[in-house]
Design a protein around this ligand. Structure first.
Ligand SMILES: Cc1cc2nc3c(=O)[nH]c(=O)nc-3n(C[C@H](O)[C@H](O)[C@H](O)COP(=O)(O)OP(=O)(O)OC[C@H]3O[C@@H](n4cnc5c(N)ncnc54)[C@H](O)[C@@H]3O)c2cc1C
Ligand SMILES: *[C@@H]1O[C@H](CO)[C@@H](O)[C@H](O)[C@H]1NC(C)=O
Ligand SMILES: *[C@@H]1O[C@H](CO)[C@@H](O)[C@H](O)[C@H]1NC(C)=O
Ligand SMILES: *[C@@H]1O[C@H](CO)[C@@H](O)[C@H](O)[C@H]1NC(C)=O
Ligand SMILES: *[C@@H]1O[C@H](CO)[C@@H](O)[C@H](O)[C@H]1NC(C)=O
Ligand SMILES: *[C@@H]1O[C@H](CO)[C@@H](O)[C@H](O)[C@H]1NC(C)=O
Ligand SMILES: *[C@@H]1O[C@H](CO)[C@@H](O)[C@H](O)[C@H]1NC(C)=O
Ligand SMILES: *[C@@H]1O[C@H](CO)[C@@H](O)[C@H](O)[C@H]1NC(C)=O
Ligand SMILES: CC(=O)N[C@H]1CO[C@H](CO)[C@@H](O)[C@@H]1O
Length: 580
């Protein structure tokens, strides 16, 4: 049974509209304690025209932006910045305000050029309380101005933006609480857990966990949020092969949503995840596996409501084995390199390894093995790399935080550039037959010729004990071994046609090449093809129908919508995406 606690209802009946829109904005600002702000483009201080009108260049502010244009920690502090700034722009009309990310001081990007609003919301609320969110909902219901939710701006699909919307910015919800004995609503037993406000980033929670002798299972970047799109999209970690996805570990979520009768602020406990921790041998009852019936179902962020905080199970702080293999294969060695990766991947995953294979080599972690066993299990690939001009080092780091500090900060994906991904989940079954392995190696060679060396997060929860039906993600996650992808980038001054060509090339590759490997598998909504075919099936499988009911129940006025989200009204609502 789902336990509802701290349930607060606010009536959604909206007073008759007698105020002008300007007055309504002012009234909204008063309701939210002056935390309504006008949003201008992130790089505006570097330009002398804004929406074609002359403005003063602000040299001081501009040089700070130039120095930090590719710094995720700085982008995080601006409502107007996305990590991949094409989503600040309106790609379809080329309304944009971009610097050259390869050389942020390049005056060709700014001289005589107009900085345009793109699809950045004209106004946003810097939310601190559920009442702030309620004010946004009321305003949206009465004015018909839609809402959008932005946390860190990492979303690769751009779901943080909707042209003309009122923005809800969660960045400053930064509380953290550690619980040695967290007892969720009406549950028996207690657990080590951490509660974070919706704006808290991995860097913050990793440090906070470490200071409390704990380990938080999270992603491969310092500035992603722990409660927002990462969590609601599934949330993978290099620790996920043995310790589960973000959604497997969240035990309580507090959110704001609406029903036909009420606005509600509500906390929801995921009891099944606790039963799983408490009595691993007991089978779950039917009642406690129905956990995705509320608006905190894993339908992606920005769909059902606004999360204000979330509570996650944490592990004891433990040492982590790390292997760092640096290897850029020459053409002649590519096939053998891919064969080793493909032939070994099943046993690596069974041993609890997770990591990323990139064009620079691979970095894997293991929270289970001894250093000796870790070294032995990776011997073939290590020797191969060393024998061919690469390197391989094995070491034990005292904690996950040390791994974050030493490795993740060095190798996390670059930001500030215009970049999209495309990926699919590749089932374990593809690795189990000789024909499957041969096909996969041929695919990897093909992919390398088309897009360069592949990007492979090895982060699926393959050794995690999962109770079927306890999350709404596609079941493909549970049987996949690789999350196989590619990415592409383009320059700030690319034309609309060039941009469209980039999206098309990734889409065609995912749809034709990757999909052929496993047509019935799924895809990760946070890192998928922006134009994923049948995205409802790819992201959620048969769970989609249930998610759609949740959407209709908790957002009956359709105030929230995003690209390829549950119940989306479709591309016509998002005219800034290129039409392929
Ligand atoms: C450099 C980089 C590295 C990445 N590494 C990983 C990784 O290791 N593992 C992984 O799983 N993913 C990874 N991702 C993908 C990441 O999970 C997604 O970008 C995710 O959407 C980020 O969530 P956010 O809340 O931080 O970002 P945002 O872009 O701010 O939000 C993402 C979505 O969630 C919604 N949302 C945000 N906050 C809330 C809220 N409080 N309530 C309701 N809706 C909300 C937004 O409307 C939007 O739809 C990476 C992305 C980047 C750019
Ligand atoms: C909202 O009010 C605050 C404080 O009075 C003010 O600083 C801010 O500019 C106002 N926002 C808008 C959009 O007018
Ligand atoms: C700026 O001027 C150009 C050229 O006249 C026009 O196409 C564009 O729509 C204008 N942009 C804005 C924001 O007014
Ligand atoms: C908690 O434990 C008590 C006593 O063992 C039991 O009666 C009760 O049903 C349990 N409650 C839940 C929610 O499991
Ligand atoms: C991984 O190994 C390479 C090659 O020895 C080295 O340059 C790099 O710094 C290492 N990474 C870390 C985080 O130690
Ligand atoms: C990988 O396995 C296949 C058989 O499935 C074998 O033919 C091939 O030689 C192996 N490659 C390596 C590098 O071990
Ligand atoms: C390689 O890519 C081409 C072009 O998409 C495709 O026609 C071909 O089937 C692919 N071959 C393999 C082995 O994936
Ligand atoms: C695009 O920008 C680069 C770097 O500023 C510049 O060298 C190049 O000439 C520009 N291309 C076009 C077509 O304007
Ligand atoms: C505010 C902020 O993050 N500023 C940083 C901008 O970049 C410089 C150099 O890279 C840093 O020193 C600042 O701290």
């Amino acid at each position: 049974m789902n336990i509802l606690l701290g349930l607060c209802y606010f009536s959604p009946v909206v007073a008759a509209i007698t105020l002008s829109l300007t007055d309504q904005w002012q009234a909204l600002n008063a309701t939210v304690g002056g935390r309504l702000h006008a949003a201008t483009p992130f790089a505006l201080p570097c330009f002398s025209k804004y929406n074609n009108q002359s403005v003063e260049v602000d040299e001081g502010a501009c040089s700070t932006i130039q120095a930090n244009y590719t710094n995720p920690q700085y982008r995080l502090t601006s409502f107007s910045a996305n990590m991949n700034p094409q989503y600040e722009t309106c790609m379809a009309t080329h309304s944009q305000c971009l610097l050259n990310s390869a050389n942020s001081k390049d005056t060709l990007a700014t001289n005589g050029i107009s900085c345009d609003q793109g699809q950045i919301s004209p106004f946003y609320i810097d939310v601190r309380t559920p009442e702030d969110v309620q004010a946004a909902y009321k305003f949206s219901a009465s004015t018909k101005i839609p809402l959008s939710i932005k946390n860190t701006g990492h979303d690769y699909i751009g779901r943080t933006r909707r042209a003309g919307s009122l923005g809800i910015w969660t960045h400053n919800l930064d509380s953290m609480r550690y619980h040695t004995n967290f007892t969720p609503d009406s549950c028996n037993g207690s657990f080590r857990a951490i509660t974070v406000g919706a704006g808290v980033t991995f860097e913050q929670v990793y440090k906070f966990a470490d200071d409390n002798d704990a380990m938080f299972v999270g992603g491969y970047a310092q500035s992603i949020g722990a409660s927002g799109g990462w969590l609601m999209g599934g949330g993978h970690s290099v620790l996920s092969p043995s310790l589960g996805l973000g959604v497997d570990r969240v035990v309580r979520v507090s959110y704001f949503a609406s029903t036909a009768q009420h606005w509600l602020y509500h906390s929801f406990s995921f009891k099944s995840r606790l039963s799983l921790q408490m009595v691993s041998s007991a089978r779950p009852t039917h009642a406690n596996i129905q956990i995705f019936s509320g608006p905190c179902a894993e339908g992606g962020g920005g769909t059902f409501g606004v999360v204000l905080e979330s509570t996650h199970l944490v592990e004891q702080r433990i040492p982590i084995q790390v292997v760092n293999i640096t290897y850029a294969p020459a053409e002649a060695q590519l096939q053998r390199y891919f064969e080793i990766l493909v032939n070994s991947s099943t046993s690596w995953s069974e041993l609890g390894w997770g990591g990323h294979i990139t064009s620079r080599g691979l970095i894997y972690v293991n929270p289970q093995l001894s250093l000796a066993d870790a070294t032995e299990s990776m011997q073939q690939i290590a020797e191969f790399a060393r024998a061919n001009g690469g390197s391989a080092t094995f070491e034990t780091l005292p904690s996950w935080y040390d791994f974050f500090d030493r490795f993740i900060l060095q190798v996390q994906a670059a930001v500030g550039n215009l970049r999209i991904l495309g990926s699919r989940l590749i089932p374990k079954a593809n690795f189990e037959t000789k024909a499957g392995r041969v096909q996969l190696v041929a695919h990897l060679l093909n992919q390398t010729a088309m897009f360069g060396l592949p990007y492979i997060p090895v982060v699926t929860p393959i050794s995690y004990t999962y109770i079927p039906g306890t999350t709404s993600l596609s079941p493909a996650w549970r049987t996949a071994l690789w999350h196989l992808g590619t990415s592409t980038t383009w320059a700030y001054n690319s034309t609309i046609d060039e941009i469209r060509g980039k999206f098309s090339s990734v889409h065609d590759f995912v749809d034709k090449n990757l999909r052929t490997l496993a047509p019935d598998s799924g895809s990760y909504l946070n890192e998928g093809d922006v134009y994923e075919t049948d995205y409802e099936v790819a992201y959620w499988g048969a769970n989609y129908a249930r998610l759609l009911e949740v959407k209709i129940k908790y957002d009956p006025m359709g105030l929230l919508d995003c690209w390829n989200c549950v119940g989306s009204k479709g591309p016509s609502e998002f005219p800034c995406y290129p039409v392929l």
